[in-house]
Ligand binder design. Sequence first.
Ligand SMILES: Nc1ncnc2c1ncn2[C@@H]1O[C@H](COP(=O)(O)OP(=O)(O)OP(=O)(O)O)[C@@H](O)[C@H]1O
Ligand SMILES: [Mg+2]
Length: 349
Amino acid sequence: MASGSATASSSKGPARTATSSTPNYELPWVEKYRPSLLEDIVGNSETVERLKIIAKDGNMPHVIISGMPGIGKTTSILCLARALLGDTYKEAVLELNASDERGIDVVRNRIKAFAQKKVTLPAGRQKIIILDEADSMTNGAQQALRRTMEIYSSTTRFAFACNQSNKIIEPLQSRCAILRYSRLSNDEVTKRLIEIIKMEDVEYSEDGLAALIFTAEGDMRQAINNLQSTVAGFGFVSGDNVFKVVDTPHPIAVQTLIKACYEGKIDDALERLEELWDKGYSAVDVISTMFRVTKTVDTLSEHSKLEFIKEIGFTHMRILEGVSTLLQLKGCIARLCKINMPPALYAMK
Ligand SMILES: Nc1ncnc2c1ncn2[C@@H]1O[C@H](COP(=O)(O)OP(=O)(O)OP(=O)(O)O)[C@@H](O)[C@H]1O
Ligand SMILES: [Mg+2]
């Protein structure tokens, strides 16, 4: 936590005690609390352990870190580079991300020139080229890297971060150690959020915290951003405030809808659905919250849960194909209600 608290103390004071005369400027918390040491990275402990060993031994292989957004891939690579290179970080690291031009010319000129550059480094260390969001690099640029990676490998190592490792061409994959990051668990996100909440002195309720976890779905960046937006907008983190900020249907409302379906109360269920629709939520918002709620609700029997998820899945697919009408959702609700109805009853209807 050294990183968080160190940076916190420098910018916390003015931001939170801002009066009308001082500008109310505040660093995004995702940046303010971006870990700078490998020890501070939450989750994926086995993989992070491997990075720590690399940082200690110093012989970094070419690596690819892949995984969904907001779980610490870029952060890990930056921490690793910092741990390996210390004060020489500035001269010895070339960082290119999707906002930089990374076509074949850049590989031929910038990357090659950097690889050839002579830098005095601590013993047993190499220069590092970080290619963030590497899945957006063109095929040609990736092909051009193949030989470069080999020729300069004694002095320069590559670190790629990407969301989908299959967008990296096979020859590059075969030159690298591939580390896969998985989505963070709710406990891991909760732990980090509570640390930030403490450091920022945020007032919160348990259901507010639960709402942040529910909406983030294992994405730490989203959890922290939603926390900050809720604090900025309302000053207090409660479930209702979080759902207002995130602008997705309140899971409690959706839960009543699912329950009504489970009990076969179609009129009730349709009424609930119309309430949500009238609030302006789109069909995708409604159906994806229905999915997440069904997954977590524990009053449903195993069989019903599976059947519900199947129906919701089919409807989600149709909505994504373009038919995102209220009628589509009503059809789904009708099919859900039918699942638990005794056969005699629905033969009559
Ligand atoms: N594992 C983690 N531990 C602590 N903080 C994290 C972690 N993952 C993400 N964060 C927070 O989220 C922010 C974004 O993380 P990062 O840039 O590493 O995401 P990423 O995995 O590279 O995502 P993307 O695929 O979108 O580039 C960090 O600044 C940090 O505040
Ligand atoms: Mg990243």
